[in-house]
Design a protein around this ligand. Structure first.
Ligand SMILES: [Zn+2]
Length: 413
């Protein structure tokens, strides 16, 4: 076990204090990006960073970087952090855990009088959730060059407010360019948002990468007709056809075993009337898998399999591609540091592939990166009831501390 211990009680108090920004009656958090509530959380974060002696910079998309100098000025900074924004009815820990644990890492270093070889930078990424402006991972994606900044600036919320004007309104359109700068690596602590660690009795998830994904918008066209007067051979029921495809998605997922994911999560039936045969159904289709090749094969084969599945229904299918991402493996050396830290902690840990998108996935396109997961109760997230135990937060923060310090002090020869 490390003799450099973070303070679990102080971490928990700090998490509860951050959760007051946008606290909801049901014990959750509503802290939509670039609102006055987000500004209050950002101001609080900045003030805490400055009181710890960190120098805070803000870039043009509002990402915040709080720097602690290292001993060797020639070294590139080790970055770590997450996001302070939340879903409309979000929990206290999604995102906030990684940022507040980062503050605890900085506090502990100050208390112990440790100067790392490399500088450290704690990051708060703008708009991870995508719930206000419709684009997830907006801050880290813009920073990593996945999204041109003009596109991000022009996104609007439901009231027509643009990202750029929202940034100006809360005073967080910074002077720094929103672009990658030379950095050594990035570490992110986050709640798992799924049930795998809890089911396995693991306290730490050593995240080895993020899944590949392929998404479509699907539309099936049949014919509206009277439910009572249309005999079987005259029906072109779009919902019956959609049911074939939903079953196909589930079957293809199961053929990929434990790592398979396949979902139809959205479905719109027209005219959606009790006594009318549905003439039109729009729905979503998505598959995810840790292996890019498995997703590439589904991207190639699914359209023909789907067309075949509905051939007998007399309906027609249109599939519009929405996205196709390859898997993003994390850096083997950074993952090994997380694994070593988890082992030192002496608590049950296991390797896991992230099922959700995270800022670390885009950052990993620009530098070596890794993530640490903590379990969350019943795997529940994006929910006001999202919950973790203080001991879980403490364990995750300790692993973050050990991994970051080991990376910052590693020998470069
Ligand atoms: Zn998150």
């Amino acid at each position: 076990m490390s003799n450099q211990r973070i303070d679990g009680v102080r971490l928990w108090d700090s998490l509860m204090a951050m959760a007051r920004h946008g606290a909801t009656q049901k014990g959750g958090v509503r802290r939509l990006t670039l609102t006055t509530i987000d500004k209050a959380a950002r101001d609080d974060f900045r003030a805490q960073c400055e009181s710890l002696g960190l120098a805070v910079r803000v870039d043009a998309i509002g990402n915040m970087f709080a720097r602690r100098e290292g001993r060797d000025p020639s070294r590139l900074p080790v970055l770590f952090g997450s996001h302070l924004d939340s879903q409309p009815s979000g929990g206290k820990f999604d995102g906030a855990l990684g940022v507040v644990a980062g503050l605890e890492v900085m506090r502990t270093l100050n208390d112990l009088g440790i100067t790392t070889e490399a500088p450290l930078e704690l990051v708060n990424w703008t708009d991870e959730e995508g719930s206000r402006f419709g684009l997830s991972l907006m801050g880290s994606g813009t920073w990593a060059g996945v999204y041109p900044i003009e596109r991000s600036y022009a996104l609007t919320d439901i009231e027509g407010v643009t990202v750029e004007s929202a940034l100006k309104d809360i005073g967080y359109q910074g002077a720094e360019p929103a672009a990658p700068f030379p950095a050594d690596s990035y570490f992110e602590l986050h709640i798992e948002q799924g049930p795998i660690l809890e089911r396995a009795g693991a306290r730490i998830g050593i995240v080895t990468g993020a899944q590949a994904q392929v998404w479509w918008d699907a539309r099936i066209t049949g014919q509206d007709a009277h439910a009572g007067t249309t005999p079987p051979d005259a029906r072109r029921d779009a919902l019956v056809a959609a049911a074939q495809i939903i079953t196909l998605v589930d079957r293809l997922m199961r053929e990929h075993g434990e790592d398979g994911r396949g979902t139809v999560g959205f479905l719109k039936v027209e005219p959606n009337s009790r006594n009318v045969i549905p003439g039109e159904v729009a729905f979503s289709v998505e598959f995810r898998h840790p292996d890019s090749a498995a997703i590439a094969a589904l991207a190639r084969d699914f359209p023909a399999l789907a067309a075949e599945a509905i051939a007998a229904t007399g309906c027609t299918l249109t599939l519009t591609p929405v996205l196709h991402y390859d898997a993003q493996p994390f850096d083997a050396e950074c993952v090994a540091l997380v694994e070593a830290a988890a082992r030192r902690l002496g608590q049950p840990a296991r390797r896991i592939v992230s099922g959700a998108g995270h800022d670390a996935v885009y950052v990993a396109r620009r530098m070596p990166a890794a993530m640490i997961f903590t379990p969350c109760k019943d795997g529940l997230s994006h929910n006001e009831a999202e919950s973790i135990e203080p001991e879980e937060a403490e364990a995750g923060c300790q692993v973050l501390f050990d991994a970051v310090v080991a990376r910052a002090n590693r020998s470069l020869v």
